[in-house]
Design a binder for this molecule. Structure first.
Ligand code: MTE
Length: 357
């Protein structure tokens, strides 16, 4: 059941990880919708989802980066204007469990396979419009988005409300203060009554149960940038980087029965943060040779693109299928993901074992 006590979609659409739930990719050959139905959309909560009353809820816009502080009701937000787009939302740790499978060693955190992602149609008001209403000062540098869920406490340390600074450039670009998901009000688990949607960025940027937007002229950190959602650890050789944009990834949807000598069409999807998909390659011989797949349908930045590829398996037995995406910025999925202590940004080519009859 979801946080409002409603039964979630029947039929084994979810894998539970404690209180987090993941959309299943594997073992289902009817996982086809382009948009992820809301009742099958993954959920990741750091603490308890709050039960907020839309009638009394207010979004506060505060800080020395605006000329006037605001307190906006849902009706005030709606009156500012409405925009809508289809974008993926993906958890930074999506695919974390494959670090153990492909590189050894379990990374702490939710052991997601590849289902901590969904594509939804989000409706709300551009964050830019809200900031303009408050009168953005030229010296403003960032917006701290603060959630109204219970403060996060770990090992007796209170880290405060879930919050994360968003650089002004992204805030003014395509970030949305959203109140609808797939044409319906946001359910409690997805941030009712309003959340940020930060397209193409790691999921934690899209703060749910939004209570405050603190606009400041100096940079302010939060534990969700200094302690978590940063690349570090012995295996990590790059800079100690705060994470923002998601890398390109791809999956093969469940195939249905495969028979030697019989033509089948392999299908899957590929996506990338702030980029569209340039190319998907498929290997049916464990990575020795690659063929370019056909992209079908929509191919928008920060939204997935469907692909297909015909294949006639030569012989029965176990085989490994691979797909590899390259995005419109020229980034290609690597053979191994950049190792890091927390298992973030798993973007390596996935191995899809199948049995040909
Ligand atoms: N916002 C608040 N206030 N509290 C949270 O726990 N989780 C973040 C983000 N926003 C979170 C939050 C994380 S880690 C992710 S991946 C996404 O919300 C998940 O959004 P969803 O549960 O709607 O799929």
């Amino acid at each position: 059941r979801d946080s409002e006590g409603r039964p979630i979609d029947e039929g084994g659409w979810f894998v539970a990880h404690g209180t987090d739930v993941e959309t299943r990719w594997d073992g289902r050959d009817d996982w086809v919708p382009h948009l992820t139905p809301t009742a099958r959309f993954f959920v990741r909560n750091h603490t308890e989802p709050p039960r907020l009353d839309a009638a009394t809820w207010r979004l506060r816009v505060t800080g020395d980066g605006v000329e006037r502080e605001l307190e906006l009701s849902l009706a005030d937000l709606r009156a500012l204007g409405e925009a809508s787009y289809e974008r993926t939302l993906e958890c930074t740790g999506n695919g974390r469990r494959y670090f153990a499978e492909q590189q050894g060693g379990v990374r702490p955190g939710t052991q997601w396979a590849m289902g901590a992602i969904g594509l939804a149609r989000w409706t709300g008001v551009p964050l830019r419009t809200v900031l303009e209403r408050a009168g953005l000062r030229p010296a403003a540098v960032q917006v701290m988005a603060v959630g109204l869920d219970a403060p996060y406490v770990e090992d007796g340390v209170d880290h405060g409300h879930v919050r994360r600074p968003l650089p002004l450039a992204k805030a003014l670009d395509d970030t949305l203060v959203a109140w609808e998901m797939n044409g319906e009000p946001l359910p409690t688990d997805h941030g009712f009554p309003a959340r940020l949607v930060v397209p193409g960025w790691i999921g934690i940027a899209s703060i749910k149960w939004l209570g405050e937007l603190r606009v400041t002229t100096t940079a302010e950190d939060s534990p969700w940038t200094t302690r978590w959602y940063r690349m570090h650890g012995d295996g990590w050789s790059g800079a100690d980087a705060v994470l923002d944009r998601m890398p390109p990834k791809s999956v093969i949807d469940a195939t249905g029965p495969l028979r030697a000598g019989q033509l089948t069409v392999l299908r899957g999807r590929a996506w990338s943060g702030e980029a569209s998909i340039r190319m998907v390659e498929v290997s049916t011989d464990g990575g020795r040779t690659w063929d370019e797949a056909s992209l079908t349908g929509d191919n928008q930045p920060s939204a997935w693109a469907a692909w297909e590829h015909p294949w006639t398996p030569a012989a029965p037995g176990e085989q490994v299928l691979l797909a590899r995406a390259t995005d419109s910025d020229g980034r290609t999925q690597p053979e191994l993901a950049a190792d890091n202590e927390d298992g973030y940004l798993f973007d390596a080519v996935l191995r899809h074992p199948v049995i040909v009859e």
